[in-house]
Design a protein around this ligand. Structure first.
Ligand code: GLN
Length: 491
């Protein structure tokens, strides 16, 4: 086994024993990146100097702790290579949002999630590709070109956190953090045989996450297994006074959930998650996964979430409306790309016209329209009302069941180019990941097997702040099946 193939917890054990050094591990991952990157294109910016300096620092901490006999008290992620989605601010490291408009933007501060991972001693190897401003499903909307799915290089790795997914599946990082506004950590995890968690809204600070749709955005872990997801979650979760929507409530110890019994857990299976638009092959694989949960002692119950079908129209009003406001700041005056022009108005127009890609423009126009005086009530206000109903529908379902389970996404990873020609069809593929964001509930993606050698994900949805139960069930399922251990043969 090569060092770059390790999970974070495996690497932690070797580092603590002194069998490997953080510098060796980091070098191994950097070399792996060099080897696979021409085919996978997971990264926008690589940071080998930062990484090697942080690794040397980590090795110093290991050496000191070893002398003091306190190695077991070191943070779990000390010396572990980390990829950061390029919509998450990193002090001194270019953060582009995969947009021409921020091509040369270097943030003066770190996102809180990055601060916390740096404090643990995680080693930043680079900034990963994404759809522009996280708007998309495939990284095809990136100004830097698409990433490739290591399971089939002619297909997309999902999105918008597709760079993370491609990097993890190619063993070109050990752990990653992404953002999820309507599925962007879960869907790419499903497309690339990985684990990802969208935490409860407010659980992880959004400070330093470049805003797309603020009432929906959450940062979450993307990893090779459930244990690593728990380690990253534990590191980044918790209150942050710099984000007024971050919730002040202690973070449970999710590590102690791993290995606990799942017997008697009530798992609801919404019939709408297996209805129209779901690829029957995806449904087949996920049904098989559900029967494993049953074998583990969980009680499956068919439930109904009839409002699921309205989640796409609600999301595609609310998210663009918030985006149109959030993206108003890119005007070429204060920072980022600036087009030359003789009047201020022309400068705004040209900067935004040249700086933003087509999908971002589409959403700014849609959102501005939905918020305009004459249409506000008909679209935005109405969407907000349906949002409340969707949230209530989940609340009611969770009176009856502990977890809701189904597919992550209705489709298998598609060939690069498809979403570009079929943007509306692509919107519809968000069907199963959007309602959880609208309701603010946590949701996890776990590898569930394959169809035609392409990965399929199982989604587990929980009550607000009940990440512990998701980790418990996901871990039990992972241990019973081991799908996540498979690695693509293409590289
Ligand atoms: N696919 C959804 C969109 O394009 C979700 C993206 C995300 O979660 N960032 O908006």
């Amino acid at each position: 086994m090569e060092l770059y193939q390790l999970t974070a917890h495996e690497a932690r054990d070797l580092l603590r024993r002194g069998d490997i050094s953080a510098t060796e591990l980091t070098r191994a991952v950097l070399q792996r990146i060099t080897a696979v990157e021409p085919r996978v294109k997971a990264y926008i910016t690589l940071t080998p100097e930062v990484a090697l300096a942080q690794a040397a620092e980590a090795d110093k901490r290991f050496a000191e702790a070893r002398r003091a006999g306190t190695v077991d008290q070191l943070p779990d992620l000390l010396g572990i290579p980390l990829a950061v989605k390029d919509v998450i601010s990193t002090a001194g490291i270019r953060t582009t949002c995969a947009s021409k408009i921020l091509d040369d933007y270097v943030p003066p501060y770190d996102a809180t999630a990055v601060v916390r991972l740096r404090e643990q001693g995680a080693v930043i190897v680079g900034k990963t590709n994404t759809d522009e401003f996280a708007m998309g499903w495939s990284t095809e909307n990136s100004a830097f070109g698409p990433s490739h799915n290591p399971w089939d290089l002619s297909r997309v790795p999902g999105g918008s956190s597709g760079g993370n997914a491609a990097a993890l599946a190619a063993d070109a990082t050990i752990i990653a953090i992404g953002s999820d506004t309507g599925g962007s950590v879960r869907q790419p995890a499903a497309f690339c045989n990985l684990v990802a968690l969208r935490p409860t809204y407010g659980r992880v600070s959004r400070f330093g996450l470049v805003a797309f749709a603020s009432s929906l955005d959450q940062i979450g872990p993307m990893t090779k297994d459930v244990t690593d997801a728990a380690l990253v979650y534990q590191a980044i979760a918790g209150h942050d006074p710099k984000d007024s929507t971050s919730v002040n409530r202690p973070v449970e110890d999710v590590m102690s959930e791993l290995g606990r019994e799942v017997k008697g857990l009530r798992v609801g299976v919404p019939k709408e998650y297996f209805g129209e638009g779901i690829d029957p092959n995806v449904a087949r694989v996920v049904r098989q996964a559900l029967s494993v949960l049953e074998d583990l002692g969980a009680h499956l119950e068919e439930i109904s979430l009839p409002l699921t079908q309205h989640s796409i129209p609600v999301y595609y009003i609310i998210a663009p409306a918030e985006a149109s406001a959030n993206l108003a700041r890119y005007d070429g005056v204060r920072y980022g790309y600036r087009a030359e022009a003789s009047t201020l108005w022309e400068q705004y127009k040209r900067t935004r016209g040249q700086g933003f890609g087509p999908e971002v423009k589409r959403r700014i126009i849609l959102g501005t329209y939905a918020l305009s005086a004459g249409y506000y009530d008909a679209y935005y206000l109405r969407a907000q009302k349906v949002r409340t109903l969707i949230r209530r529908e989940y609340e009611k379902a969770f009176e009856q069941v502990d977890v809701i389970a189904g597919p992550v996404t209705p489709v298998l990873p598609w060939p690069i180019g498809w979403a570009m020609e079929n943007p509306v069809q692509a919107y519809l593929t968000d069907l199963l990941t959007i309602s959880q964001a609208i309701a603010g509930v946590p949701a996890m993606a776990v590898p569930a097997g394959f169809w035609d050698d392409l990965p399929v994900g199982l989604q587990l949805v929980g009550r607000p702040f009940d990440e512990p139960t998701l980790f418990r069930l996901a871990y039990a399922y992972e241990q019973a099946t081991g799908w996540g251990k498979r690695r693509p043969a293409t590289l």
